[in-house]
Each structure stands twice: as C-alpha cells, then as structure tokens.
Design a protein around this ligand. Sequence first.
Ligand SMILES: [Zn+2]
Length: 351
Amino acid sequence: MNNDDPQKTLSPAHLDRDDPSPSAVPRRTEIRDVDDQTPRAFTGSAQRLSDRPLPYTFDGLDRDGLDRSDPAAIAAALNSPEAEILPIWRRRVLMSDDGDTLHSWPRDRLNEGDPLVFLGLRDGTPYFAADISAHENPETEGTRAQFIDPWMVGPNLDPFLAGVGAYARHLLAWHRSSRFCGRCGSPTEATSAGLERRCTNPDCGEVHFPRINPATIMLVQDPSGERCVMARNHNFPPTIHSILAGYIDAGETLEQTVAREVAEEVGLRIGRVRYAASQPWAFSNSLMIGFFAWSETEALQVNTEELERADWYSRDQIDAHRGSDSFRLPRRDSIARFMIESWMASDPEPL
Ligand SMILES: [Zn+2]
C-alpha cells in the first residue's frame, strides 16, 4: 500500500496516491555551467525505526563527537577539508537541482559574523550549520543548487539528510530569536558550539537552551481495537484526515495530556495509553510524542470549534477511502502517517 523509498529521485510516481506533499521541486530557470563551483553533496543512508522509516529521526550523528567547550578543537574541525557546512538561508536548505540531496557550503564563502553551530560528527566527518540569511543572493554565488523550504522536500529526502536539515533549521531559528536574555534583557551569545546561549551580563550569566514545544499525538481506538478516530481539523489542507494531537500544558504528564485532549476534542474517556514513537518536528519547533490509546467509551461528541468532523474508521475503511477525492492521509513524512500505517498493519488489540 505504501512504497516509501526516500532515496529515489523526485518524480510524481515517487509519491503515494494520497500524499499531499508537492509532486516536484520548482526548478531554477538558469543553471550556471561556466566556472561551476558546486559544493560537494552530503551523503547519507536511510535509517529505520522498527521496520519502517520515520522521517526526521536519524542515527549516526555524534553530537558530542568534539569537545564543545574547546573553541580551538571546533575551529580546527571547521577549517578541516572534511568539514561539511550545511547552509540555512532564511529557513531554507540548499538543495541540488535534481532535488534529491542537500549541498554543503564552502568555508571561504562564509561571511564574518554568519552564525555557525556544530551539529555533530559522523564517521569522522564534522557537520556544521551556518545561518547565511544575511547574504543577499546566495544562489548566484556559483552553486548549481537552490534554496528550498525543507517543508517542501522533506518527504522525498533521505532520512538522515531530512533529519539533519530539520535539526539545523530548528537550532539556527532559535539562535535568531534568542539574542537577548529573558531574565535581564542583556545580549546573549552562543556557547557550547551552538547548543546553548549564555547571557553576557556577568551579574546574570543565565544559560538558555533551545526551545522545544512538546506535543502528544494519539491514535485512539475503540475498546475492541477494531476502529480508530480520524478527524479533520479546521486548519488541515482539503480532504486530509488525521489522528488527534495537542500541546502539553504546564504541570501535565503525557498520559494526562492524551486523556484531556481526547476528552476536549471528541468527548471520549481514555482507559489506556501506550507509547508508540517520537519525532522532532522542526516546522513548529515541536517534539511530537506518539501514543496508541484505547477509549472506554464509543459515543463521539465532536468539538466543532476545533474540528470540522471526526469519525470511527476500521482498517478496511481507511484502506478503501485513502486517496479518494474526499479522504487523504497526512504527509508521508509525519508521525501521524507512520502511526496510522503501523496501526493498519497490526492485528486488533482490545482494551
Ligand atoms: Zn541575563
């Protein structure tokens, strides 16, 4: 039913029949062939969680592979010929013209003051990310590549590249929005090679960490385990149906968030939850924490302020409806899609 293969090149046939993501990457109209200085490509291999790939989760990058407290070691790695520097330009990543890999950025094309973070070490190769948003026209600086929002290409990228690109985008966006101390208002500066920021006021010295918004996402089953709740939020793209989700409130446990959100959105009483998987979702700086949940009740009371509709669906009904004019599943790179397809492939488990 789902022929995911993130290493294929882009083509409409590469996408599922019910995948809402873009079918092709927009092309540049002009490619510079003369004196081409195309940076070398990142390389990577697919990582899998369980027996299925879950995009934006990836292994193989040792974030503590260098001593982050040693600026000389970080600088030496940055200046080494092996260094890969992933450029982020106005929240976009640098994509090859064929749309299937990310490009690194030449060290000598960084400007003084471009924010730079050390992402980690992979097989001895140091990976960095640079915020080059101050560059006016980076695509004209001799690259055969284009800057693209990773939101557009995530479903088609190799999981390592999609994950490291999203990680870099999240981290650098946080640096841009955290230049002043929330405690005393003084400027902050990046420390720990970009994993933290520290207040420059010696009387304060507050350390700031990247903001991550935790959210639960839950596939709610009836007591028999035969059906699950699929809903349409008012904000969803047309015809997309998905499972329920909600941000965690201060003071709540994950289980309490699941129970509260389900009660608020569809009026069901949850009797059991089981952890499924988690996924960093850089597009909203979130960590999505997935659960399979079982309801003790079956009468849906849909909160129409939040949801357009919600209904029970069996595995066969989802399979029959998916890809139709009125029912599509969420993005192929989402944990929602991962959980729905995992559930569809599983045997019913009662409460
Ligand atoms: Zn401060």
